[in-house]
Ligand binder design. Sequence first.
Ligand code: AOS
Ligand code: ZN
Ligand code: ZN
Ligand code: ZN
Length: 425
Amino acid sequence: MKLTLDQIQSQNNYQSAEHNRSFEFLAESLEKKGIDVESLISKLQELQIAIPSWALGTGGTRFGRFSGGGEPATLIQKIQDVGILHALNQSSNAVSLHIPWDIPSDYQAIKDSVSEVGIGFDAVNSNTFQDQAHQAHSYKFGSLANSEQAVRDLAVEHNKKVIEIGEKLGSKALTVWLADGSSFPGQHSLRKALENTHLSLQEIYKAVPDDWKLLIEYKPYEPSFYSTVIQDWGTSFLLANKLGKKAYTMVDLGHHLPNTNIEQIVATLMTEGKLGGFHFNDSKYGDDDLTVGSVKPYQLFLIFQELVKGFKETNNPPLSWMIDASHNLKDPMEDLIQSVQAIKLAYAQALLVDSKSLEAAQEVHDVAGAQEILQDAYRTDLRPLLAEAMRRSGGAIDPIKAFRSLKVRESLINERGLKSIASGL
Ligand code: AOS
Ligand code: ZN
Ligand code: ZN
Ligand code: ZN
């Protein structure tokens, strides 16, 4: 199934009177404060967030999986789903593949299906945290960090293969997330595991094309419960620095111990020009992979506030924007729409911050004043602005409402059945 512009505009017609009223009211009050509404809108229109292929089906937990219907079973169906999301919000023009969950067999067919829905390929993700059928060596005790050379070689080869696949598709980044670590003290040598990881990454780095990025994720625990080799931004940053200018640290919002100051990590990485991109999600406890902005929207705003400042004040290169979420209860497509909206809203709020006044308040140590400035931006309801940006790009004023009224899920169930299963976690 595919959504047409006509279908979306017919939905917008029902909402336009109400929308126009609230947008005009907001635009007027922003302009009174000296804010350039048109430039805000075009910045919002530009921001595109890639959709992970693995988030289009129901994820589940280790205790069970309760699948919805009409889930995409093939790569082409996943691409169609991203096409639907992009038609609705005009903000998700790329898909991020996970190899070997997504192995393109017919490249031409895959390329045709992305161009048909007007999207492209974002970062490709390698997977050395699971064994595949008929694999010569096991990743049970690690991949790039493994004490056995043969296992490390296998994992390095896999990453090179993923780069080759990405090159054929037009990706420009490889994301590496490693489950490597230990679950018990003494299980392996902490120093050797890190050094092996470094050496293996060096081999992979040689295969990274010059116009690509190598994005290194970190995560404190899970599935390893005692030590994870790349446990924090510092370890990722250290490796990225040793590897060279194509390597960057990737921040997955769920990969921090509770209460970690993520915005400060973002600020530090940008100062060093080593922030590569994001896996957006939200969490209460650990790597919960919940809808972006569902638990800590203020944190998301503060992260974006650092990003907006960093874009102006540092030479950090452009970022990769991706969602990394898992859906147990909601319709995955509705959840992804909500996540993209939350990201764009946080961006809009951050663009609203009166940075000159904030700096002035900081200079004179006006602590209360600084908080007023931040919260004035955060507490402005910018949803009509976001809706207007999507509407002008040809998307829906209210993408979730349109998704429901156009009965997208029902059509997908009709097409694919109730029991279709997406590959992946
Ligand atoms: C795992 O926790 C990481 O977030 C990775 O990005 C992983 O590849 C992805 O979540 C798919 O499981
Ligand atoms: Zn991730
Ligand atoms: Zn994760
Ligand atoms: Zn996650």
